[in-house]
Design a protein around this ligand. Structure first.
Ligand code: NAD
Length: 503
């Protein structure tokens, strides 16, 4: 980077102030379509991380007692501010992440839904009461906040995933320290500015930046009670183990290799459109993308149509009208994806469509790879065994639904899956027998709305509870069970009870 060009710095958020880091370690935030440096992000020092946690710890003393209505109204205001700023948020997201403008709006919108959900916190955080569990005795539960919680987020949804985390954590009465992806922190920071504008008090939401050191500091900090992580399986497993050993509550939503089954009775046009969108949209950088398709029986004849459909997709900068596939996040990601395509060929898969080095007028420096399709893919090949996280689709053949289900269940990941069929019986069999946490029936990217919880399973998830929906209330709270008896002066003494039974 030309040192003479003054580039904006991304700030830390500590105790309600957006502050410049004193670190000496910085990294460029780069537009993946053009390589333009948009900003510089600091890797916060240990002192800065400690200051963020200390601010959160102090703020918790009052925030935990803030009335439900006051908490809820902040999220009502925040959802309004997000709506009002949607175009700007999407533009920032596209610039730093690369996805198309409509998809960037989708990213913000899916997070906005969680903010709306957080504004219903009064209903969500209700306890339970059983009257007269013994003579004059009632038992009830209260769901109390834990204290300082933390979130660590990936690059691929820089609006949605931070919004999975801090609104629900704060709405339940916790305070929060967020560590966004260092690759695209700008839209996340804008959302935090809006959160403060909506009324989140100083210290309740704090942001630090960084990489491995910052994440390890979060895992080790004695004042952090719970961590929500979203990212790769390798890092998530490390976070889970390290933070769990430190006695923290941890949930890790991690890597994926999602499969779709296409049965020959499916609606062909709708199915091919759905597969192309889910496999190549967001340049394949969704944890719920569809990088593997299992064509069953006669549906195997649809491969040429799938290739033809993929060829119609426009590869370009995310701000260009009509773009279907934007750039991948970084030069490093691009060379990893191109390397895996090389390995697919070397491992003996058939390259049906080669998206490498596409011609993208006006974006010659961008990190582009177009839709790529392999057939004849088998377990043991790197393109099958690894999460490619690019627009590369592997096509597999199966003779029937049983064989296809068995194939998917043999894959260690369990994030998402889908079946395409017009048979209710086949769909129900799939739903019952598939060992994957999120199931689509003629729905290619079955990410649940926040009335439900994100529910990836097996190797895609560590920890019991999902990041939003009802489950997250339990994640961010401690259930306290109260058993109470009140005497009035007229109650006769009951004598000494040396048993454990309540009378
Ligand atoms: P990543 O694991 O590289 O980064 C995630 C976070 O961990 C970032 O904040 C990063 O700064 C930090 N980090 C990176 N390397 C680290 C290290 N060595 N030690 C400690 N912390 C480290 O993930 P990514 O590339 O940003 O995101 C893509 C991955 O996230 C994919 O595997 C994708 O499947 C997964 N993902 C999963 C879900 C889900 O819900 N299951 C959702 C989105 C993304």
């Amino acid at each position: 980077m030309d040192a003479a060009v003054k580039v904006a710095t991304v700030k830390l958020l500590i105790n309600g102030e957006f502050v410049e880091s004193k670190t000496t370690e910085w990294r460029d935030v780069v537009n993946p379509a053009t390589q333009q440096v948009l900003a510089r992000v600091p890797f916060a020092t240990q002192d800065e991380i400690n200051a963020a946690v200390a601010a959160a710890k102090e703020a918790f003393k009052t925030w935990r007692k803030t009335p439900i209505g006051a908490r809820a109204r902040i999220f009502l205001k925040l959802q309004q501010l997000i709506r009002e700023n949607m175009a700007e948020l999407a533009a920032t997201l596209t610039a730093e992440q690369g996805k198309t403008l409509p998809d960037a709006e989708g990213d913000v919108f899916r997070g906005l839904e969680v903010v709306e959900h957080a504004s219903a916190i009064g209903n969500l955080q209700l306890g339970e009461l059983a009257n007269n569990v013994a003579n004059g005795v009632d038992t009830y539960t209260v769901l109390q906040p834990l204290g300082v919680c933390a979130g660590i987020t990936p690059f691929n949804f820089p609006a949605m995933i931070p919004l999975w985390m801090f609104p629900m954590a704060i709405a339940t009465g916790n305070t929060f320290v967020l560590k966004p992806s260092e690759q695209d922190p700008m839209v996340t920071m804008r959302l935090c500015e809006l959160a403060l504008e909506a009324g989140v008090p100083p210290g309740v939401l704090n942001v630090i930046h960084g990489g491995e050191m910052a994440v390890n500091a979060i895992c080790d900090h004695p004042d952090i009670k719970a961590i929500s992580f979203v990212g790769s399986t390798k890092v998530g497993t490390h976070v889970y183990n390290r933070a769990s050993l430190n006695g923290k509550r941890v949930q890790c939503m991690m890597g994926a290799k999602n499969h779709a089954i296409i049965l020959p009775d499916a609606n062909k046009e709708q199915t091919l459109n759905a597969i192309a969108g889910a496999s190549f949209g967001a340049a394949g950088q969704r944890c719920m993308a569809l990088p593997v398709v299992v064509l069953v029986g006669e549906a195997q004849k649809w491969l040429p149509d799938l290739v033809a459909k993929a060829k119609t997709l426009k590869v370009s900068g995310g701000t260009e009208k009509g773009t279907d596939v934007g750039p991948v996040i970084s030069c490093a990601a691009l060379s990893r994806i191109e390397g895996l395509i090389e390995r697919g060929i070397a491992d003996g898969a058939t390259l049906e469509l080669d998206g490498r080095k596409p011609n993208v007028p006006g974006y010659e420096k961008g990190n582009f790879v177009g839709p790529t399709i392999f057939s004849g893919v088998k377990p043991g090949m790197a393109i099958y065994d690894q999460e490619i996280f690019g627009p590369v689709l592997s096509v597999v053949a199966a003779k029937d639904l049983d064989e296809a289900i068995e194939f998917i269940n043999a894959n260690p990941n369990g994030n998402g899956t889908a079946v395409f069929t017009q048979s209710g019986a086949a769909a129900r069999k799939f739903q019952e027998e598939i060992d994957v946490g999120q199931v689509g029936i003629n729905v290619p990217v079955p990410v649940p709305v926040p009335l439900f919880s994100f529910s990836g399973s097996r190797a895609s998830k560590l920890g019991d509870l999902g990041p939003y929906g009802k489950q997250v209330i339990l994640f961010y709270t401690q259930t306290k069970t109260v058993t109470a008896r009140w005497f009035d002066d007229s109650t006769a003494g009951q004598g000494v009870n040396t048993t454990i039974s309540l009378k």
